[in-house]
Design a protein around this ligand. Structure first.
Ligand SMILES: *[C@@H]1O[C@H](CO)[C@@H](O)[C@H](O)[C@H]1NC(C)=O
Ligand SMILES: *[C@@H]1O[C@H](CO)[C@@H](O)[C@H](O)[C@H]1NC(C)=O
Ligand SMILES: *[C@@H]1O[C@H](CO)[C@@H](O)[C@H](O)[C@H]1NC(C)=O
Ligand SMILES: *[C@@H]1O[C@H](CO)[C@@H](O)[C@H](O)[C@H]1NC(C)=O
Length: 472
């Protein structure tokens, strides 16, 4: 299998043995046994996939076929899935904050206090070289997800269509995404089909495409109006000064036996990360978790969700509009499959898998109108937002996936949507698998508009549109 970068073949040889990253070095510390921290539901985008589908803890390959069944007699003809990478190490930026809070927490002279003592005996094992790489658990996330999707829709996962390169794999260029994609393929090839010696005769390509999977970096209006805009996330900054967050800060300081003035909301968040990473990577209930009760965790979860809301969700319109290319790409595939299915009953591409980030999924879900609360999330309304639907831990945990299943039914095609392997009804539609044409009517404005170039281009100061400069 070859890896295509912007449609040029660059890397060759798809080998499972290339996982020689930090993931293997620390393999012996991963997956230690430990119970589940009481706050594990509140880790936001750092939530383990099993937290939202706890039945997987009993059987990681279980597929709930009854929950996927349609009311009509249908045959699935195409699957498209947008999938987040699996469990990963902290990024270098996270690690820096984690080191800071570790230093502060362990410099206290009052040894012998239970919790402070536990933390001082805890080994600071995170370092910069981990830089967001996929961990062993993250590989397993994708191996097992691939197996479950194939089990749910076996007719779309045939060995022949894989061998004939009719299954498409597209990934973001980040190593954690490429590694997730390779793990997903491993799940199909080694675990589901149990293919032997297949590399000799399978010569398919893996496409690396940041225009599709990291559209947020390519959208100038998003970069300038949100990413580089100091006030775009003002609600997030403001929330750090509110009584809820200051209350958590005071409690953590007191448990660590230090002055509240010695720490910041960001450092408290880093301590929370320590608990979340120890759990998701090593399956460990770390002493850092003891710094927070469930009420504290809800506050930090809200701080996280606020940030995602304003940076990736409904907070700014351009957040979702930046995903127009991906939206059109998905519907182009579905259109083509419907057309082929109607014409000949044969669909040339039964499956397409696109591996990206939480930052890929949240804008797309927002564009399509999912998880929209009536009231925006702000620094002032934590108490009223207790039942909000915009909860990133439920929407985009590690390996989260948005799956489109196109079915050929009596007289029409129908589209079924799954989020994290559970049916996700379209906004304002009761039918769990509406006719494809009804879905297209629902999104007619986006299908006819939502032009990435138009939405993402910034007008220049004199009101004209900036020319696109091609370097020679
Ligand atoms: C399967 O899904 C249905 C809902 O569609 C639910 O009632 C049932 O409990 C699930 N079964 C398992 C084993 O999780
Ligand atoms: C980072 O951590 C890994 C795993 O614990 C270790 O093998 C590696 O040597 C560390 N790197 C540095 C620069 O400390
Ligand atoms: C920056 O964000 C603020 C707050 O959301 C918004 O009002 C303002 O228009 C943004 N600035 C630019 C240049 O888009
Ligand atoms: C508008 O400004 C750009 C540079 O900011 C300049 O290149 C262009 O000629 C200007 N257009 C007009 C009509 O003044």
């Amino acid at each position: 299998m070859a890896v295509v970068l912007n449609r040029h073949v660059v890397l060759l040889t798809f080998a499972f043995t290339r996982f020689c990253s930090a993931g293997n070095i620390v393999a012996n510390r991963e997956h230690q046994t430990g119970d589940i921290p009481a706050i594990a539901k509140y880790f936001g985008t750092k939530t383990r996939y099993e937290e939202i589908n706890p039945y997987l803890l009993n059987d990681i390959l279980f597929v709930n076929k009854t929950s996927l069944q349609l009311q009509q007699e249908c045959t699935p003809v195409h699957i498209s899935a947008v999938i987040r990478h699996g469990t990963r190490y902290p990024t270098a930026k996270n690690v820096k904050m984690m080191k800071d809070i570790y230093k502060i927490a362990t410099k206290t002279k009052h040894r012998g206090l239970g919790l402070v003592d536990d933390i001082s005996h805890w080994d600071m094992w995170y370092n910069d070289t981990m830089d967001g790489q996929l961990v062993k658990k993250g590989r397993d996330d994708h191996i097992n997800l691939a197996f479950r999707l194939a089990t749910a829709y076996p007719s779309l996962f045939t060995e022949d269509s894989f061998r004939d390169c009719r299954m498409k794999f597209i990934t973001s260029s980040k190593h954690r995404c490429v590694d997730s994609t390779l793990s997903f393929i491993e799940g199909l090839v080694m675990k589901y089909w149990k293919m032997q010696d297949w590399r000799k005769d399978v010569h398919c390509q893996l496409e690396v495409n940041d225009d599709l999977m990291r559209f947020f970096d390519k959208c100038e209006r998003f970069v300038v109006d949100v990413e580089e805009n100091k006030t775009a996330l003002q609600q997030v900054d403001l929330f750090k000064t509110k009584p809820e967050m200051q209350g958590v800060l005071g409690k953590v300081a007191s448990l660590l036996d230090i002055a509240a003035s010695d720490i910041t909301a960001d450092l408290v968040e880093a301590a929370f990360y320590m608990c979340s990473y120890d759990f998701s990577i090593r399956n460990l209930n770390s002493p850092w978790c003891q710094l927070f009760d469930q009420e504290d965790a809800k506050v930090i979860e809200y701080a996280n969700d606020l940030k995602q809301y304003w940076k990736r969700g409904y907070g700014h319109e351009i957040n979702s509009k930046s995903s127009c290319t991906l939206f059109h790409d998905l519907f182009r595939r579905l259109d083509k499959a419907v057309e082929e299915s109607e014409r000949s009953g044969m669909v040339s591409e039964p499956a397409a898998f696109q591996i990206g980030h939480a930052e890929t999924l949240l804008p797309l879900l927002s564009l399509m109108g999912f998880f929209k609360d009536e009231t925006p999330l702000t620094a002032d309304n934590f108490a009223q937002q207790g039942e909000r639907v915009f909860r990133t831990g439920h929407i985009v945990p590690y390996a989260s996936n948005l799956v489109f299943i196109l079915h050929r039914c009596e007289g029409s095609h129908r589209l079924q949507l799954l989020l994290n392997e559970k049916p996700l009804p379209f906004p304002h539609m009761d039918d769990p698998a509406p006719e494809y044409q009804h879905v297209k009517n629902l999104y007619s404005n986006l299908l006819e508009g939502c032009d990435f170039k138009k939405e993402c281009k910034l007008p220049s100061a004199n009101g004209t549109v900036n020319p696109i400069i091609h370097e020679l």
